[in-house]
Design a protein around this ligand. Structure first.
Ligand SMILES: Nc1ncnc2c1ncn2[C@@H]1O[C@H](COP(=O)(O)OP(=O)(O)OP(=O)(O)O)[C@@H](O)[C@H]1O
Ligand SMILES: [Mg+2]
Length: 389
């Protein structure tokens, strides 16, 4: 476990004794005009959009040159050496990897063709205005790292899927560093969903390695680079092992938020202790609710619990109402209305063939409705996270 030095005490002081983020951030910066091409769609193979105004001063730009390689400076930044270097482990057994099959597009060919034809006749003004608003939220500058925790009341409802979608979306729109962190050691699927072929260092390793003198370039040596940009920190090497403890979670998130403008945390299921800590200390929360009566009912109970927390956690919460099956019969409007009674925003994430396949998520393969829902969800989560002073 990492020794809690002054640097961590400083961050802890920022966070307040109970780790609430409310005092954590400096003054909220004025929102900058987005300069990126304001498309809600993900280009197939392009690099991230040129979002010049997206980053705040405190975070390095991805285009910044590497820091000087003075040996004395490098020595002072040297991480604490772990007792052993873990081996690199494939995220999917190579004997199974070939069985993943070809990725399917979320929309059928007929649907894609129909949409193109409709687009030629539709008035684009309203759509562009909405895209501009969403891009502005996604690119909101921040002066201190924002943590967005994703959890749910049940397992298997889409937490890792939503976390991967959010991590990729923030990374696409922002020019400051974005981390997607797995805080669920129960053989989570986040590394696979993020397209990582292998993992080596885990949260527990980083808790021992991180030192205050390390710079972003030192830290990223222990993270998995994500294909389209951004970074991933897995909870484990995909083996059955010890669950993550709260101390590890706090050590790692407190340390890493110095380097990353946005950290998306894929949490375990509530009411696990790490999930509760993550919910309590995050700047914004995404609760994933399955599109079933019992799932919506349980999620409503979570929202009622959040409403009772001392620092109005509900105000920083958005619900992703996710349909994991094409056969869901629950009336979406009634379900969303039941959750909205608590005052939260509800974003409906529809069933998507590409997401249903499992395996790595390729955002260019998402159906239009799932893609639009994803950016709306990400924009709302960022709006909530950035609003905290
Ligand atoms: N919007 C969606 N459309 C279609 N299928 C989906 C969608 N969201 C999730 N799924 C399906 O549900 C499965 C489980 O999702 P995921 O692994 O994200 O859940 P989880 O809550 O992280 O599970 P766990 O509790 O085990 O960590 C996915 O592999 C995928 O097949
Ligand atoms: Mg998961």
């Amino acid at each position: 476990m990492a020794q809690g030095g002054d640097w961590q005490r400083d961050v802890l002081r920022q966070l307040g004794q109970h780790g609430t983020p409310d005092e954590a951030a400096g003054p909220a910066p004025a929102s900058a005009e987005p300069t990126a091409p304001l498309r809600l769609t993900y280009p197939a193979q392009e690099p991230p959009a040129d979002a010049g105004g997206a980053a705040a001063p405190g975070f390095p730009q991805r285009s910044d040159p590497a820091p000087p390689s003075d040996p004395a400076v490098r020595a002072s930044r040297r991480p604490r050496l772990p007792l052993h270097t873990p081996e690199s482990v494939p995220t999917v057994d190579p004997r199974l990897a070939h069985a993943l099959g070809r990725p399917q597009h979320g929309d059928s060919v007929t649907r894609r063709t129909g949409r193109t034809l409709r687009k030629l006749t539709a008035s684009a003004t309203q759509e562009v205005a909405e895209e501009t608003r969403i891009a502005r939220e996604l690119q909101h500058p921040v002066t201190t790292g924002r943590v967005i925790a994703v959890t749910s009341i049940r397992g298997g409802v889409g937490k890792s899927t939503v976390s991967a979608l959010l991590g990729r979306t923030f990374n696409h729109y922002r020019h400051d560093p974005v981390l997607t962190l797995e805080a669920d050691a129960a053989l989570g699927t986040l590394p696979v969903r993020m397209g990582a072929e292998s993992v080596r260092w885990s949260c527990a390793d980083l808790a021992q390695i991180l030192t205050p003198a390390m710079q972003l370039t030192d830290v990223t040596g222990y993270l998995v680079p994500v294909t389209d940009g951004g970074w991933l920190l897995p909870a484990s090497q995909g083996r059955v092992g010890a669950p993550m403890d709260v101390r590890t979670y706090r050590t790692v998130t407190l340390a890493l938020r110095r380097y990353f403008a946005v950290t998306v945390v894929d949490c375990e299921t509530l009411p696990g202790e790490v999930a509760r800590t993550a919910m309590d200390t995050a700047h914004a929360r995404v609760v994933v609710a399955p599109m079933t009566a019992e799932g919506v009912n349980g999620t409503r109970q979570v929202l009622d619990w959040l409403a009772q927390l001392p620092h109005s956690a509900l105000a920083g919460t958005v619900v992703a109402l996710s349909a994991n099956s094409p056969d869901a019969t629950l009336d979406e409007k009634t379900a969303a209305a039941h959750l909205r009674e608590t005052g939260v925003t509800v974003v409906r994430l529809p069933y998507d063939r590409h997401l249903a396949q499992g395996g790595p998520i390729r955002t260019a393969m998402l159906g239009r409705a799932a893609r639009d829902a994803t950016v709306r969800l990400a924009a709302e989560a960022m709006r909530l996270a950035a609003r905290v002073r």
